[in-house]
Design a protein around this ligand. Structure first.
Ligand code: ZN
Length: 316
C-alpha cells in the first residue's frame, strides 16, 4: 500500500504519529527515506534512568539514530549502535530488534561529568567532545549464530552524534546517506525526538514502478537529484520534527512537495528490554567459582540490568 503525501497530507485513519518509523520514497528521484518520530517510547527509556539532561539528550539521539539506521537494513535479529569514549560518558548503547523492540542506556562517571564546564554545545551546553572525548561509534547487526555479523565503525567526529554518523556516510561512496536528528525535553518534562533520513540506493529501486523515469536518467541527473533532495532534507527544523501536532505526512509534504512523496505502511516501535532471569543465570554460570563467591552476599547475587534498571536476585 502506498499513498502520495501530496494528495493526502493528513492520515485519514487518525493514526497516532508517535513511536513510528515512516518509510517514504521521492517519486522524481527514486530516493528512499525514513522519518522517525518518538514520544512515549523515548520518554519511557529516558525516565527509567536518572541521567543528567545532557546525557539523556545523548541517549535520546542514540535511540533515534538507531531506529533510523536499522530501518534501512533488511535483517532478522538485532541492530546495535554503540558509542564509546574516554570522556565522562563511557558508553551510549541502543539496540533494535527487527520486529520493533527498542532499548537504550548510557554509562558515565558522575564525578567527571560534574567537573565539566559547559561551553555552548548542543547537549545542555556540552559538546560531543566534552562528553565522550576521543572514541568511536560501532554499528553491529547480529542475526544469530549461523549468519555473519556485520560491523561498521567510525571515530567520533564533530560536535554531535549526527556529525559523526554523517562523517561515516561521507567516507562511504556506496552508502550515500543524509540524516537529520533532533531530541529535546519538552516544557511538559516529557522527551520527544525525531529523525529524517534519505539514502541513495540505485540497485534497490532501479526497477521500482512507483518511481518516475529513474532508469532513463543519466548518472549526472541522478547526482543532481541527490544533491537537490539532500538540500531539501536539510531545511527540516528541530521545531518541525519535534512538533507532536505536525503529522509526518504533512512534514514530508512541506519538505519534498516538489519531488512527489510516496509513503508506505509505517512501522510501530515499542520500548522493551530483552533481559530475563535466565540470561542473568547464564552470566552467573559463566563466572569462575571465585568470582561468583566474591559477587555474592549471603549466598545471593544481585544484578541490575543497565538498560531497564530491573534487579534480579539469584541464589547461588
Ligand atoms: Zn532489562
Amino acid at each position: 500500500m502506498s499513498r502520495i503525501a501530496n494528495d493526502n497530507p493528513v492520515a485519514e485513519d487518525g493514526q497516532n504519529q508517535d513511536n513510528i518509523i515512516q518509510p517514504f520514497q521521492l517519486q522524481e528521484s527514486g530516493l528512499r527515506g525514513r522519518s522517525v518520530r518518538l514520544g512515549s517510547v523515548l520518554d519511557q527509556i529516558i525516565t527509567q534512568h536518572d541521567y543528567p539532561d545532557a546525557i539523556s539528550h545523548l541517549v535520546a539521539d542514540t535511540v533515534t539514530l538507531t531506529l533510523a539506521l536499522s530501518s534501512m537494513l533488511k535483517y532478522d535479529g538485532i541492530f546495535t549502535l554503540q558509542a564509546s569514549g574516554k570522556g565522562p560518558v563511557k558508553t551510549l548503547v541502543a539496540d533494535m530488534q527487527n520486529e520493533g523492540a527498542i532499548r537504550g542506556c548510557a554509562s558515565f562517571d558522575k564525578e567527571e561529568f560534574e567537573s565539566l564546564k559547559a561551553g555552548g554545545g548542543l547537549y545542555n551546553g556540552y559538546s560531543l567532545r566534552d562528553l565522550l572525548g576521543e572514541g568511536y561509534i560501532a554499528f553491529t547487526v547480529d542475526q544469530g549464530a549461523n549468519t555473519e555479523r556485520y560491523q561498521g565503525i567510525v571515530s567520533l567526529e564533530g560536535e554531535t552524534l549526527q556529525d559523526s554518523i554523517s562523517h561515516y556516510f561521507e567516507q562511504s561512496e556506496q552508502l550515500r546517506t543524509s540524516i537529520f536528528v533532533a531530541s529535546a525535553k519538552q516544557d511538559s518534562g516529557h522527551w520527544r525526538s525525531g529523525a529524517m533520513m534519505l539514502q541513495y540506493l540505485p540497485d534497490d529501486y532501479a526497477d521500482d514502478e512507483d518511481v518516475v523515469a529513474f532508469n532513463e536518467k543519466t548518472e549526472a541527473e541522478r547526482k543532481e537529484d541527490w544533491s537537490r533532495s539532500k538540500m531539501l532534507l536539510q531545511t527540516c527544523t528541530e521545531k518541525e520534527i519535534l512538533d507532536a501536532d505536525l503529522h509526518t505526512n504533512e512534514l514530508l509534504r512541506r519538505l519534498f512537495h516538489e519531488e512527489g512523496v510516496i509513503v508506505y505502511d509505517p512501522k510501530a516501535v515499542r520500548h522493551e528490554c530483552r533481559c530475563s532471569e535466565q540470561k542473568v543465570r547464564d552470566v552467573i554460570k559463566s563466572l569462575s567459582e571465585d568470582d561468583r563467591q566474591h559477587a555474592a552476599q549471603d549466598g545471593i547475587i544481585e544484578m541490575t540490568c543497565e538498560f531497564c534498571n530491573k534487579t534480579y536476585s539469584i541464589e547461588i
